[in-house]
Ligand binder design. Structure first.
Ligand code: NAD
Length: 335
């Protein structure tokens, strides 16, 4: 009996190490070089398998496992580094209505009242933090490894829709997504192809590659845009109590926000929101890779807290890959 467990555990450890190496390599290509070599679905499948193995063999979880880190390894670009006072996290994800409904039921357990959620589009770009002091934009940074990001202040100032001054002289850190509109992506890749330069794999990587530049002039040419959806200490500074009101308040400050959100209170409504947004996906001028469901009451965010990597008050429902494809992984696993 002991022997069998030992063998399983050895086999699992070997598979986990293989997956870990492969995922770290893909994450480096994706986050550091902005140049992925595999589809997101293939990455997600391998990641999920590693999570399953870690759940089955918790004693084998490595402290530096990719499942315990935001955004791969620490950023190694030449851009100056910025320490985030409040870590910038990733999002947990689900891939089916059933998983989403389980997440909602589980989140509901801690509360007596029926929870409301704000459903938002998951913008396919890269996370950004903007710090305004007395209404003036003083610092912009990428998420990096969640604790240390890259200073992209000069580059962010090249994005027309991001105001260098808010409508009110307040001091606040707001967060959101920088993205490249679909038409700008197509035009950029065509011109790179003409110039014999490597093209970007998708708008997300093009946005990241365009923002993480040492020369802000290059960023300026790339026609990036942004949506903001979060603020640090929002309840105190902005006097709002819900995520849906926060979006409106950010907009009143002059920040670009996405207005397709909806407040939903049950799984049926979340599902119909997801279905209608999925059907409308191709009509949007920007890419989305899923829907984010957030507990609407901001006071509950603190109560629910975070893991080292993701908030417990939000989840991303990820769209299946756009073109049906058979994913063949070059790592074999059996557990
Ligand atoms: P993620 O992109 O799946 O989700 C978290 C991010 O969503 C947040 O940090 C935020 O930037 C963004 N976001 C967009 N809209 C939002 C909204 N309305 N509210 C809140 N957040 C919003 O997570 P991640 O950690 O950035 O990246 C992991 C994913 O990246 C993987 O699931 C995989 O799909 C992809 N990836 C792919 C490769 C590859 O080689 N293809 C490698 C690494 C990662």
């Amino acid at each position: 009996m002991t022997e069998v467990t030992l063998t399983d555990s050895n086999a699992a450890a070997e598979q986990m190490a293989k997956l870990q190496n492969q995922l770290q390599q893909w994450a480096k290509e994706y986050y550091e070089n902005d140049s992925p070599t595999v589809e997101d679905a293939e990455y997600d499948q391998a990641y999920k398998h590693l999570q399953e193995l870690e759940a089955a063999f918790p004693e084998l979880i490595q402290a530096d496992s990719i499942t315990q880190q935001v955004g791969g390894q620490q950023v190694k670009s030449e851009l100056p580094k910025v320490q985030h006072e409040v870590p910038m996290l990733s999002l947990g994800d689900v891939f089916s209505f059933e998983e989403l409904s389980n997440w909602m039921a589980n989140t509901q357990k801690s509360f007596n009242e029926n929870l409301a959620y704000n459903a938002e589009l998951k913008i396919d770009g890269l996370a950004i933090s903007l710090i305004y002091e007395n209404g003036k934009l003083v610092q912009a940074s990428t998420r990096g490894d969640g604790n240390i990001g890259e200073d992209v202040t000069k580059n962010i100032k090249q994005i027309k829709s991001i105001p260098s001054e808010l409508n009110e002289p307040i001091s606040i850190e707001v967060r959101g997504e920088v993205y490249m509109p679909k038409d700008a992506f197509v035009a950029l890749n065509s011109s790179r192809e003409r110039d014999g330069l490597p093209t970007f794999a998708n708008p997300r990587n093009a946005a990241a590659g365009s923002l993480r530049q040492l020369d802000p002039k290059i960023t300026k040419q790339r026609k990036l845009a942004s949506f903001l959806y979060q603020a640090v200490d929002a309840t105190e500074i902005l006097n709002v109590t819900t995520q849906s009101d926060l979006l409106e308040r950010l907009s009143s400050l002059g920040l670009p926000t996405n207005t397709t959100n909806a407040v939903v209170t049950n799984t049926a409504d979340v599902e119909s929101y997801i279905i209608s947004q999925t059907n409308n996906r191709d009509n949007l001028s920007y890419g989305i890779d899923g829907i984010v469901i957030k507990v609407n009451n901001l006071n509950y965010h603190e109560e629910l807290g975070n893991t080292v990597k993701v908030p417990k008050w939000a989840i991303a429902y990820k769209f299946p890959p756009e073109e049906a494809q058979t994913i063949v992984l070059d790592i074999e696993w059996t557990v």
